[in-house]
Structures are given as structure tokens and as C-alpha cells.
Design a protein around this ligand. Structure first.
Ligand SMILES: [Zn+2]
Ligand SMILES: [Zn+2]
Length: 160
């Protein structure tokens, strides 16, 4: 396997741009997302982007997509959840300098597109609150706490 060269910057020289627009595609190092402290996200892959940049009279128009894949964590059972995030990128940049630095915008567009919850399966049974066993894999003998109906229906509402 060859390791692709991963950039940690996304800068576009404005003088190269035309009114018709140019396409920029590439891979960015996963570290640009600054998620290494997030224990719910593992195996973050490189960020891919496919952007079209056009120079217009009042600024630069940047449109396209950015994608990243990783192994997320199930909110209920803590199991692995393969996840792919795809974000639409659309910005009009008025204050033009020599270079357009798009890294921060791309990062924000992607992070906003991250799922707020993550489930290995919509029917995931989760972990037993008493003994911690993964109820998807086996049942346990714990006595269910009787007075949970209200609490569970509340959680069901959140899961919608
Ligand atoms: Zn699960
Ligand atoms: Zn149990």
C-alpha cells in the first residue's frame, strides 16, 4: 500500500482563478479536523474534497463537497459504527488576499455535518444498566427496574 501525501493546508492562489472556475480535488490529513481527543471517533481517514472555485467581480465563489470516513461509537452499546460524513461546501469570499485559505471553512462545514447521535442499529438494545452486559449479544438475569417506563419513553422520543 502506498501512503498518499496528505496536506494540512488548503490554499488556493487567487491569481490562478478565472471566471469560469477551476476544480480543486485532494486529500487532507485527518488531523486537520482536530478530533484526536474525541474518544467516540476512531480510525479517522483522510478528508477528501472536490471544490470548484470561480473568481467573480466581487469575490470568489467556492462550491463543492468534502467527505470523511471514520469509525464512530454506538451511543447505546459503545460498539463500532462505520460512519461517512459528506458536507456541502458553499462560500462566497469577498475579502480576497493573494491566497484563499479554505481549511477552516472546510473543517467547520464537515464538523457541522457530523451526526449528533450514532447507533450501530436502530434496534440496538444497549448495555444493561446493572451488570453492563451487551444486551445485543446476550441476555442477563438482572431484574429490570420496574419504574422505567416513563424514562424509556422519554429516551424513545429523543431517538426519533
Ligand atoms: Zn449499539
Ligand atoms: Zn444485567
Amino acid at each position: 500500500m502506498t501512503t498518499p501525501i496528505l496536506s494540512k493546508t488548503l490554499r488556493i492562489t487567487v491569481s490562478r482563478l478565472t471566471e469560469d472556475g477551476e476544480t480543486f480535488r485532494g486529500l487532507l490529513a485527518p488531523s486537520i479536523l482536530e478530533l484526536s481527543q474525541d474518544e467516540m471517533i476512531r480510525d479517522l481517514e483522510p478528508v477528501s474534497y472536490d471544490l470548484r472555485c470561480a473568481l467573480l467581480s466581487e469575490g470568489a465563489l467556492v462550491q463543492g463537497t468534502a467527505q470523511v470516513r471514520f469509525c464512530g461509537t454506538c451511543d447505546r452499546c459503545l460498539g463500532a459504527v462505520p460512519t461517512e460524513v459528506a458536507a456541502d461546501v458553499s462560500h462566497f469570499i469577498r475579502e480576497l488576499e493573494e491566497e484563499l485559505d479554505l481549511l477552516e471553512q472546510l473543517r467547520e462545514d464537515l464538523l457541522i455535518a457530523f451526526p449528533s447521535k450514532s447507533l450501530c442499529d436502530n434496534d440496538c438494545k444497549g448495555l444493561c444498566g446493572t451488570c453492563g452486559v451487551n444486551l445485543n449479544q446476550k441476555a442477563c438475569d438482572c431484574i429490570p427496574i420496574v419504574d422505567t417506563a416513563g424514562a424509556w419513553s422519554g429516551l424513545d422520543g429523543l431517538d426519533l
